[in-house]
Design a protein. Structure first.
Length: 118
């Protein structure tokens, strides 16, 4: 990957289009699960989303493999897709971008209040 691709994110776009092309070949229930996985993984993304590319690739490979084996999506993911995605992203309790923003906001408010009160 060269500097230009890193700055523009064109490498991510190309890789994501490859994911979507692979997902199109999945059966309908597996493709629907892929869409749900994308939604639940998004909160764990960094600023660029680059950190999720290997995770998304692994999740898609799992869906491809289980579709080829004829397994149902319920047998693979269970009932808790959000929990499955949290585990993929680093386990339950993994901080999302909302958590980081909330902590930053709380620190800034506490600092302002300390200046006003002290």
């Amino acid at each position: 990957m060269n500097y230009w691709q890193t700055i523009t994110g064109s490498d991510l776009t190309r890789e994501w289009k490859g994911f979507e092309a692979r997902a199109e070949a999945l059966p309908d229930d597996h493709r629907a699960a892929w869409e749900e996985i994308k939604v639940h993984l998004t909160p764990y993304s960094g600023f660029t989303g680059r950190n999720l590319m290997p995770i998304a690739d692994g999740a898609l490979a799992l869906l491809e493999e289980t579709a080829a084996d004829g397994q149902s999506i319920h047998d693979v993911l269970g009932d808790d897709v959000a929990g499955f995605c949290a585990a993929l992203a680093g386990g339950e309790g993994t901080r999302s971008y909302r958590d980081r923003w909330r902590e930053q906001l709380n620190r800034n408010v506490a600092r302002k209040l300390a200046r006003l009160g002290g």
